[in-house]
Design a protein. Structure first.
Length: 515
């Protein structure tokens, strides 16, 4: 009775009562499991792991394993999460929450194809649960099943008209038309929304206004909601300047550091500013029969952080870089590959890691992974600023705090340019710098350069990347499922007056904008 009462209290959100009832059934696997779930809800992840690991050791049922896998992804133990998923699938839980949890873990690991059946099951078991339905719709979107995703989102919005995440996802599924859009519904939802919901609905509205040819109104909407969100962040661009400074100051030590037992593997790292064509190049490479994409990994930042031994709360900071410069880079390379392994589904192929932020670590990667191919995407800096401003990244990630103000983005681009100048000097010829505009102008020529740099034979399939299928879980998902188009080249000139301060900022720093 106490275990059932604990579950009922947990479902109500009454954590104190749930903990009291769960403690009453100790020692038992169920009691430990419930106390672990409660600890996780309270953000005490270490305690949650201890309790649920004990529960699994005593009773390795699928429900317990599903929650343990989720916790492992939170602490970046992806290989352990994969092992628990496999065991949970062998003893498939019957409840909707566990199936949704398994789907979420697969999604976090980048395996959206494996996630979908679990989200489908969760929705079938609990059709009125908005969170389960949203997760299903998002995964359908990542897999290119646009009509099914749209139907799921319309069902969700019919009963929850102010679900901001659903509005945002729906707006991005396809290009809207003057005769078929959600602009008026979005205007009403935005007027009612507050906080992060206002940001999400504002981005959705701006996207659809842009689609129907109201570009000025779209940008004005973004300026409004981004300014409000920026005011809540306490972001200081000096933080990112300090990271660039620290990378430059620590590079001589990295350049002289030992590289013991360097890995022979040859991953392909695609890096650069976000929204500069990194997903496009990822899809071109993933279309090659000898390559698989593993999405955007945190493996390199985490390997460097682990090697540094620092206890700071951020993965990337000056203290971490200076400490990591004293490490053996061969160990960093091996750790990187170990962290990437759980995300690979075709280990006989070379893999592409397209985390744009790896531009901070390009020099480290070049030494730690001597056979890696490194490709940096370049784009007109004015278009880069506008594209970063127009796309909503992960709201909860402090990495993207720079993206809510035009001049903040310009400062971030200036830091990127400084680092690329460092790598160009320190590692001549090691990094292929590929311009987005060149890919658009001469797709085959740029693709031949790309494949040559990566040591890959020519494949015609790379020219038909948009027809190859596969999951895409970035803001570029809809764009990269169509052939290359020119719409985004020199887009900034449509808003030249608004972007004038950005042009001045770049001119003062010698960053050319007429490339």
């Amino acid at each position: 009775m106490s275990a059932a009462a604990a579950r009922a209290a947990l479902e109500r959100g009454d954590l104190d009562t749930a903990a009291r009832f769960a403690s009453a059934v100790l020692p038992s696997a169920e009691g430990a499991f419930l106390l672990g779930v409660i600890a996780a809800e309270q953000g005490r992840i270490g305690e949650a792991l201890r309790q649920i690991e004990a529960a699994v050791a005593e009773d390795p049922r699928g429900e317990y394993r599903a929650q343990l896998a989720r916790l492992y992804t939170l602490v970046r133990r992806d290989a352990d999460a994969v092992a628990q998923l496999a065991a949970a699938e062998a003893d498939l839980p019957a409840d909707a929450l566990s199936r949704d949890t398994i789907g979420c873990v697969y999604a976090r690991l980048g395996d959206h194809q494996a996630a979908l059946p679990h989200f489908d099951a969760a929705v079938a078991l609990a059709p009125d649960n908005d969170a389960f339905l949203y997760n299903q719709a998002a995964t359908l979107s990542f897999l290119g099943q646009t009509d099914a995703a749209e139907a799921a989102l319309e069902t969700l919005l019919a009963r929850s008209p102010d679900d901001a995440r659903a509005h945002h996802l729906l707006a991005g599924l396809r290009k809207q038309s003057a005769g078929d859009n959600h602009v008026e519904r979005l205007r009403a939802a935005k007027a009612r929304a507050r906080g992060p919901d206002r940001l999400l609905t504002g981005y959705a509205l701006a996207k659809e206004l842009e689609d129907i040819g109201e570009g000025d109104a779209a940008l004005a909407c973004l300026i409004e909601v981004n300014a409000a969100h920026r005011a809540t962040l306490g972001y200081d661009p000096a933080r990112d300047v300090a990271i660039v400074d620290a990378m430059g100051a620590s590079w001589p030590a990295f350049a002289a550091a030992p590289v013991t037992d360097a890995p022979v593997a040859a991953p392909i790292l695609i890096l650069g500013m976000p929204r500069t064509g990194t997903t496009l190049v990822d899809r071109i490479l993933a279309a090659h029969p000898a390559v698989e994409s593993v999405g955007e990994l945190q493996a390199l930042p985490l390997a460097v952080k682990a090697a540094s031994g620092t206890r700071s709360r951020t993965v990337l900071d000056p203290e971490t870089l200076h400490a990591a410069a004293r490490a053996d880079l061969g160990a960093i390379g091996r750790d990187y590959l170990a962290r990437a392994a759980p995300h690979r589904r075709m280990p006989e192929r070379r893999f592409v890691d397209k985390f744009p932020g790896n531009f901070h670590y390009a020099g480290i990667a070049a030494r730690a992974l001597p056979n890696a191919a490194i490709v940096c995407l370049r784009r007109n800096p004015m278009d880069t600023v506008l594209a970063n401003f127009r796309n909503l990244f992960a709201i909860s990630s402090r990495y993207y705090d720079y993206s809510y103000d035009l001049l903040d983005i310009a400062a971030y681009v200036a830091g990127f340019e400084r680092l690329m100048a460092l790598w160009r000097t320190a590692l001549p010829g090691r990094i292929l710098e590929l311009r987005y505009e060149d890919i658009v102008a001469d797709q085959e020529g740029a693709t031949r350069r790309l494949l040559g740099h990566c040591g890959l034979d020519w494949s015609d399939r790379c020219l038909e990347f948009h027809a190859q299928g596969g999951a895409v879980s970035t803001p570029s998902a809809a764009q990269v499922r169509r052939p290359i188009y020119r719409d985004s080249v020199a887009r900034w000139r449509r808003h030249e007056a608004v972007l004038a301060p950005v042009a001045v900022y770049f001119a003062e720093r010698g960053i050319a904008i007429d490339q």
